[in-house]
Ligand binder design. Sequence first.
Ligand SMILES: Cc1cc2nc3c(=O)[nH]c(=O)nc-3n(C[C@H](O)[C@H](O)[C@H](O)COP(=O)(O)OP(=O)(O)OC[C@H]3O[C@@H](n4cnc5c(N)ncnc54)[C@H](O)[C@@H]3O)c2cc1C
Length: 487
Amino acid sequence: MTMKRRTFLVGSVSGLTLLTVAACTPDSPQPSPSASPIRSKTPEPAAFVRTNWAADPFSRGALSYPAVGTAADDREILRRPIDDRLFFAGEHTAETAPATVQGARASGRSVAFDVMSIAEPGERIAIVGAGIAGATAARILVDSGYDVVVIEGRDRLGGRVSTLNGDDWPFPLELGADVISALDSAAVLAELADANIDVVSFTLSQEHRTVAGEVLEPSTVGQDAVAEALEWAAVQPVDTSLADALLDSGAANVDASAGAAGVSQVDLLENYVASDVVVGTGADADELSAWFASIPVLGAEGDEMVVGDFESLIVGMIEGITVLPSSTVSGVTLTDRGVSLRLARGESYSADRTIVTVPLGVLQAGAIEFDPPLPFSHRGAIAALGMGHRDKIVMRFDTPFWSTDASAWSVVDGDTDFPLWINMLPLMGEPILVGLMAGEAAVRLSEFGDRELMQAALVSLEPFVDPDLVSRSASPSASPSPSSASD
Ligand SMILES: Cc1cc2nc3c(=O)[nH]c(=O)nc-3n(C[C@H](O)[C@H](O)[C@H](O)COP(=O)(O)OP(=O)(O)OC[C@H]3O[C@@H](n4cnc5c(N)ncnc54)[C@H](O)[C@@H]3O)c2cc1C
């Protein structure tokens, strides 16, 4: 089976043309549960698990991003209380480091102090959502004498922090957030240390290969082109997408002819966009605002990875606080005396004030009906920001089939459905690989069945197979069943 990458940059008579609509090539795997399994020369894993945040009704994506058309103050607008009774928090409202756990945590802190500046101790505060934002706010308010109830749609706490503890895995697996990037990380790292939750350094060493398995020299072609496009966009009168900025600035006019190992500069640019921009932000280049995009450097100096059960941090924060689990809020009504929250199962719940921490994707889907409707400013901000996608497939092998020590892998001229692999062997001493899917591809792959997704992932790993190790190892293990993700 050959899998072609989707077309991002293609040559045209007048130079390079940027295709802003990702094309799924005809021989890409299509979601069809009855399709016969694709065989790969990559050995099958002994265990695997995949996430599906894209299809999860309580997240509807992974992380917020600045979409084209976002205004500079959209996140700040969302932090403005409505009638001093309805407050919002969550990573999408964060003043610094949005789209991260530290941003979400900071938003929970700051909303708690906003509430305390208005509310009398003893008042009842209903917090919708038990992710890190909701948990942080709940802890501060309870410790300051407020009567807090946390209303959570899922049957577990943690939201997009979600840990799988199971016999199949040698350490707790993080299915959602796992990396604490160095930006504003001190407070979260201190809380993890206080809770005795282990972290390991997540400074990545990258290896890029061709589909044929040839190791490439490091290149900054993609990074340079994106930086040039963003610099160009910053002085334009209107915002454009990163894809348009790459094209219109001329930054994408890199050499399309095959260079070393048959790889062109276009391949390198396309790979950087897929593995760094789309994985880092969750947004495709044609959606991401060139004015407001900041491209995170995954695995930069100072980044830490949580490997000791991240979810237990949030469970610990909420300990002793009243929680209503499996209670989906479907309506929020502001009354003269407070707020009334309608639960999807029919009950309603009254409080003096409420803090809504549900993800941006949930707000965008209109899953909670607000009465009266939210002000235009809030609705505008919710619609303008983007909800990005990031999903994972984690595979444990009995023995490594690879011989590289690099901790991050990417195939430059291959398919971009799995643009980045994290090799946990150098990080944790375990033959576990974590494949990242992002942007539109993550949404498309969310429809794949578990085995079909695993087989597609194994195909994408073929360039890293060391034939000596595979022929020496025992025959592939019997087809594994996926571990169940906790969502
Ligand atoms: C796969 C993946 C990888 C990520 N990697 C990283 C990373 O490495 N580093 C990083 O910093 N960030 C990462 N993130 C982002 C990070 O997880 C989030 O920024 C952060 O956890 C958000 O916290 P929050 O409290 O704002 O929202 P959430 O954690 O989403 O909390 C919101 C809560 O609201 C609940 N809820 C939703 N709808 C309703 C409803 N109607 N009624 C009641 N409850 C409801 C949800 O169930 C959830 O518990 C990643 C996210 C994903 C999905």
